[in-house]
Design a protein. Structure first.
Ligand SMILES: [Zn+2]
Length: 429
């Protein structure tokens, strides 16, 4: 006996017309046709049912602050950091909590139920940390929120950087962050990577650093991060976020670097929307793309997962909490247009990110948590193409968000009256 059966689902691995039985909040059967009855049934009518989207890189303390206290006039990374520095001293805990909760509402409707957020620890008052810890508790019934201690103004460079950072970890932040390329010198950056990996080893925490978010090919902190990961025995528990300098590095150097990263089992987190928007700003033409080497890193066996990074904040006025928008951009920037490529990109928004975040019970297997999304698309390729509505979002077997299918009404004589951009336009077999 099942609590719920989802009938006729297409799965991300390509299986079609599959039934998914749910009992006690877990997936208890996946079969071509489940004969049993259930208290409730949902007919997916041949639409894609996926595990939820996972965002491994976000800034929940800055989200939805667009226009406060002013707009980013130049639209650059450095003005964004300066602007956040203006907002941070005047923001209240209540505002931070309110904005984060509103973002989480949006995320749930987009089927995004797992988020890793960096939290700025630079201001010694640590209002951001207090607020995000409160948010982590409040959203726990519907979103798993991991928090990274993020020394935005530099671990060494900020006046109280080290003490504030350590206090944030004492308060219960989950992960050790860093920003080596923003320290005063390359030497300070290198030293910060070593110091922060040591802290992670001592405290038994994972690491996730903003690393080499620059077009400077000589910004090579990822090499140090990989080496320190091995030195401190942190293999598989360390993430390098952005790594945009790899785009511009010398190919010989990269041929040595990628195997080192693989040995350290570094989780790689590019942020395609932000990277394509913010990198290459010192170029005239040709203008670099500034995203790290996604295909080469995947081919070398590294776990690559994509982050949204920003939604309507000092760095990025756009964004919608839709990880498919992130994947759509990734396909274009990485030029991953093949069929297998698109499958890899979808994995980078779901299972790879779950691995990066160390999620347990995630996935579409018997015994996993019944956390699922039904999309208005028939397969992963169509999902990436259309960024369709999430018809239903389930958490532990309960529907927690719904959207109506997106149907266009057409008022043209002799043409169809209704257009479903998924079903009506699927390629014919
Ligand atoms: Zn970031």
């Amino acid at each position: 006996m099942f609590d719920l059966i989802i009938r006729s689902a297409n799965l991300p691995d390509g299986r079609k017309g599959i039934d998914i039985g749910i009992t006690g909040g877990k997936i208890s059967a996946i079969d071509r046709s489940i004969a049993a009855q259930a208290g409730e049934e949902i007919d997916a009518i041949g639409r894609l049912v996926s595990p939820p989207f996972v965002d491994p890189h976000f800034h929940m303390d800055a989200t939805l602050s667009l226009g406060l206290p002013r707009m980013n006039v130049s639209g650059t990374l450095l003005e964004g950091i300066a602007l956040w520095g203006e907002l941070r001293p005047i923001v209240t805990k209540e505002e931070l909590v309110d904005r984060a909760l509103r973002y989480c509402d949006l995320a749930v409707t987009q089927g995004l139920l797992f988020i890793r957020s960096h939290v700025d620890t630079s201001d010694p008052k640590l209002v951001t940390v207090e607020a995000m810890i409160e948010v982590r508790e409040k959203v726990a019934p519907y979103i798993d929120l991991q928090l990274v201690a993020f020394p935005q103004d530099g671990y060494y460079r900020a006046a109280d950087g080290i003490s504030s950072f350590n206090r944030a970890l004492d308060m219960g932040v989950d992960i050790v962050g860093g920003i080596p390329h923003f320290e005063r010198t390359m030497g300070d950056g290198t030293a910060s990577v070593e110091a922060l990996c040591r802290i992670a080893a001592d405290r038994g925490l994972p690491v996730d650093m903003h690393c080499d978010e620059t077009d400077d090919p000589l910004s090579r902190h990822i090499e140090t991060l990989a080496a320190q990961t091995i030195r401190f025995g942190l293999q598989g528990r360390v993430a390098g976020s952005h790594l945009t300098s790899m785009h511009s590095m010398d190919n010989y150097y990269v041929s040595k670097l990628i195997p080192l990263m693989a040995e350290a089992r570094i989780n790689v987190i590019p942020n395609p929307l932000i990277n394509i928007m913010l990198q290459g700003r010192h170029d005239t033409y040709p203008k670099r793309r500034g995203m790290t080497r996604v295909r080469e890193l995947m081919d070398a066996g590294l776990n690559v997962s994509f982050g949204h990074d920003c939604v309507m904040d000092p760095w990025y006025s756009m964004g919608s909490g839709d990880m498919l928008e992130v994947g759509h951009m990734a396909i274009h920037v990485a030029q991953m247009a093949g069929i297998d490529d698109k499958k890899k990109i979808f994995d980078a928004l779901t299972v790879n990110s779950a691995k990066t975040m160390g999620l347990e019970g995630y996935g579409l297997e018997v015994g996993c948590n019944a956390d699922l999304v039904i999309l208005q698309a028939q397969d992963t390729l169509e999902a990436l193409r259309l960024k369709p509505n999430r018809l239903a979002v389930l958490r532990r077997g309960k529907v927690i968000a719904r959207s109506a299918p997106r149907i266009g009404e057409l008022l043209l004589a002799g043409r169809p009256a209704r257009i479903d951009s998924s079903l009506d336009y699927a390629p014919r077999d």
